[in-house]
Design a protein around this ligand. Structure first.
Ligand code: SF4
Ligand code: SF4
Length: 209
């Protein structure tokens, strides 16, 4: 107990000031992929088009390595609308429609001391009835279509629908996009997206940045 306490004191405050400050520890693998276009690559999800890598499709399989490398730039976050009425506080409901688990871990990391979502007025809820936003991860799977529709229908307005990760946006390697059954207000690209990218998407969706 004593060692733990002293270690905490030595480490100091680990919470990021992002988005007011810099995102000081962006994960390279979650940044916009850059690709040297020399040589042909058989991308399994057709993410490479017109000399660019689409972060909403790329599943970070690494087949195009070493031509593939991180840019350290945040990928484009696609926004359909901004909901400023949720700028003070927002409850998030996480919905896994069929993931490998990594997107969920990155979202749950927002609760860690490093990102400390509470400082931004964000919290998780276990019920869509209390939620202002639903964060859908994973490919659209048959068994989750009805629960997903029911969850979105039970949310009060205004609500924001996030698709988090390439699987939810485009269906990944073997699935369908979540957009086949519902409109998507915000698309957060990456496989998985970095927590800083998720924070940026949330803050943009609330008109705070
Ligand atoms: S890492 Fe894989 S999915 Fe991404 S662009 Fe390269 S080949 Fe395509
Ligand atoms: S986008 Fe990538 S990290 Fe997220 S569920 Fe799909 S494969 Fe896993």
């Amino acid at each position: 107990m004593k060692a733990w306490f002293l270690r905490s004191l030595k480490k100091g405050i680990v919470t990021s000031s992002f988005p007011s400050g810099k995102n000081e520890a962006l994960s390279p693998w979650a940044t916009l992929p850059m690709r040297d276009m020399s040589g042909e690559v058989d991308c399994p999800v057709d993410a490479i088009q017109d000399d660019r890598v689409d972060s909403g499709k790329c599943i970070s399989c690494g087949i195009c390595f070493p031509q593939f490398k991180p840019s350290m730039q945040i990928p484009q976050i696609n926004m359909v609308r901004v909901e400023k009425s949720l700028s003070k506080s927002m409850k998030l409901y996480l919905f896994d429609s069929g993931t490998c688990g990594a997107c969920n871990l990155e979202i749950m990391a927002l609760n860690s001391p490093q990102y400390d979502m509470n400082r931004l007025g964000l919290s998780f809820t276990n019920t869509p009835r209390q939620a202002d936003a639903i964060m859908i991860t994973g490919v659209l799977t048959e068994g989750m279509i009805a629960p997903l529709k029911a969850a979105i229908d039970s949310m009060a307005s205004p609500k924001i629908v996030f698709a988090v990760g390439a699987c939810a946006i485009s269906g990944g390697l073997m699935g369908k996009s979540i957009s086949e059954i519902t409109g998507l207000d915000v698309q957060v690209p990456g496989c998985p997206p970095d927590p800083f990218v998720i924070v940026a998407a949330i803050e943009k969706a609330r008109g705070r940045i």
